[in-house]
Design a protein around this ligand. Structure first.
Ligand SMILES: NC(=O)c1ccc[n+]([C@@H]2O[C@H](COP(=O)([O-])OP(=O)(O)OC[C@H]3O[C@@H](n4cnc5c(N)ncnc54)[C@H](O)[C@@H]3O)[C@@H](O)[C@H]2O)c1
Ligand SMILES: [Zn+2]
Length: 373
C-alpha cells in the first residue's frame, strides 16, 4: 500500500504485515492520528465507523478523534467500557455487540479500536464475530499495544479460569500508531512496553539490542526519534515472525521468550507484579537457564540484566515469593504441548533455541540465584 498522497511529516514509518490477502500496513509516527480520516477513507471510503475504547482512552483521545472524523464527513458512533483487565471478558463482548446493534452497525461498518492491549483484544474479538466478522482498525495507545498486541492478529478475552482463553486470530485492516499519544502514558505502562522491546532485540536482532543499550535514556525520556525507531523495529520483527507463522505452529513461539517463567511470576504474585515486570524477570531467568544449559555466555546474561535494569525494570524475583509455586504454575502453562513445557532459550543475543528439556531443578536454580547473572 502506498501513502504517497500524504506529506512526509505525518508518517515516519510504514511496516507491512505480509499475510497474503490479509496483509495490512502499520503507519507509525507522531501525528498519524490527526490524519486518520485520510488513512481510513483510502481503505474503506466513507463507511460508518464505531470507536471502541475504554473510558480513559475515550476521554483522552476518542472524543477528539470522533469529532475530527465527523468533521470529515464520517458517520461515527462509540462503545465505551470501563478501563482495566477486569473488563476483558465475555460480558463486555456482549455489551459492546449489543451497543453496536442498537447504534445501527451493519456488515459494512468498521470498528476502530482506540486504546491499549485490553481494548485491542476485546475490540478485535468483537470485530471477528460481530455479524460473522466486520473489519477493524487498530489505534494502539500504550507502548505495549504499539509494539506487541496490535501486531499479529491475536484477539480474545479472559475467563474466570484464566487469561486469553477465548479468542480468534483476526487481522486488522490497518494500524495507526501515533507515538505522540504516549506522552500521557504513566511511566509504569511505558516500562511494561519496553520489556517487550528488549525481548525483540534478545530473540531476533543483536544490533537492535546494541541500539537499546546505547539509547535507553531516549526510550525513558520518550525522545520521538528513539521511540519512533524502536516502535518501527519492534513491529518489523513481530511482523516478520508472524508472517512466517501466523498461528503459532512453530517460529511464533519464540515471542514467548521470558513469558513462560514471567506468566508464572505474574500469577504467583496474584497479578501484583505487572506483565512487563514479570517478563523482565522471566527473561533474565531464561537467559540464566540458557547459561546453565551451556548455551549462553555470562557476559550476554549480564548485558540483558543490565539493560533491563537501566530501563527501570526489575531483574530479580521479589523476596518472599514462593519459588515452588512458580515451578508449579510453569508446569500448568497453557502453552504446554502434550504436557511438555517448551522453554525459549538463548544461544546468543539475537538467537533462540526452543527446548522442552529443562528440569524443575534447573528452573529453580535460575530463578533463585541472586544476583541473577
Ligand atoms: N493480542 C496480543 O497479541 C497481545 C499481546 C500482548 C498483550 N496482549 C494483551 O494486552 C493487554 C495489556 O495491554 P496494555 O498493557 O496496553 O493494557 P491496557 O489496555 O489496560 O492499558 C493500560 C492502561 O493505560 C491506559 N492508557 C492507554 N493508552 C493511554 C495513553 N495514551 N495515555 C494514558 N493512559 C493510557 C488505559 O486506559 C489503561 O488504564 C493484556 O490483556 C494482554 O493479554 C495481547
Ligand atoms: Zn508479553
Amino acid at each position: 500500500m502506498q501513502i504517497d498522497s500524504l506529506p512526509d511529516t505525518f508518517v515516519s514509518h510504514e511496516v507491512e504485515v505480509r499475510l497474503g490477502d490479509r496483509s495490512y500496513s502499520i503507519l507509525i509516527g507522531p501525528g498519524v492520528l490527526s490524519e486518520a480520516h485520510h488513512h481510513i477513507e483510502r481503505i474503506f471510503g466513507k463507511r460508518s465507523l464505531f470507536i471502541v475504547a475504554d473510558d480513559n482512552c475515550y476521554d483522552l483521545l476518542g472524543i477528539d478523534l470522533m469529532s475530527m472524523l465527523r468533521e470529515h464527513g464520517f458517520k461515527v458512533e462509540a462503545a465505551v467500557f470501563p478501563k482495566g483487565e477486569q473488563s476483558k471478558n465475555l460480558r463486555t463482548v456482549e455489551e459492546i455487540s449489543r451497543e453496536l446493534v442498537r447504534k445501527g452497525a451493519d456488515r459494512q461498518s468498521v470498528i476502530v479500536a482506540v486504546g491499549g492491549g485490553v481494548t485491542g483484544d476485546i475490540a478485535g474479538f468483537v470485530a471477528s464475530i460481530y455479524m460473522r466478522g466486520i473489519p477493524f482498525v487498530q489505534v494502539p495507545t500504550t507502548l505495549l499495544a504499539q509494539v506487541d498486541s496490535s501486531v499479529g492478529g491475536k484477539t480474545g478475552v479472559d475467563l474466570p479460569e484464566g487469561k486469553n482463553l477465548v479468542g480468534t486470530f483476526y487481522q486488522p485492516s490497518l494500524v495507526l500508531t501515533d507515538i505522540a499519544v504516549l506522552a500521557t502514558l504513566p511511566r509504569s505502562e511505558l516500562r511494561n512496553g519496553l520489556a517487550e522491546v528488549v525481548k525483540y532485540g534478545a530473540i531476533w536482532d543483536s544490533e537492535f539490542f546494541n541500539f537499546l543499550e546505547r539509547h535507553y535514556q531516549g526510550c525513558l525520556e520518550l525522545d520521538p526519534d528513539t521511540i519512533g525507531y524502536i516502535v518501527k523495529r519492534s513491529c518489523e520483527i513481530k511482523a516478520e515472525v508472524v508472517s512466517r507463522d501466523e498461528r503459532e505452529g512453530g517460529l511464533r513461539r519464540i515471542l514467548n521468550f521470558g513469558h513462560t517463567i514471567g506468566h508464572a511470576i505474574e500469577a504467583a504474585s496474584d497479578f501484583a507484579v505487572s506483565h512487563g515486570q514479570a517478563v523482565a524477570m522471566g527473561m533474565v531467568a531464561a537467559a540464566r537457564l540458557s547459561k546453565l544449559k551451556g548455551l549462553l555466555d555470562s557476559n550476554s546474561v549480564e548485558r540483558l540484566r543490565a539493560l533491563l535494569d537501566a530501563l527501570e525494570l526489575p531483574t530479580a524475583i521479589p523476596d518472599g515469593m514462593d519459588h515452588q509455586k512458580i515451578i508449579d504454575l510453569i508446569r500448568h502453562d497453557k502453552k504446554a504441548k502434550a504436557g511438555k513445557v517448551h522453554f525459549v532459550l538463548l544461544k546468543a543475543l539475537g538467537e533462540t533455541i526452543i527446548t522442552p528439556e529443562v528440569t524443575d531443578q534447573e528452573v529453580l536454580e535460575a530463578i533463585k540465584t541472586r544476583p541473577l547473572s
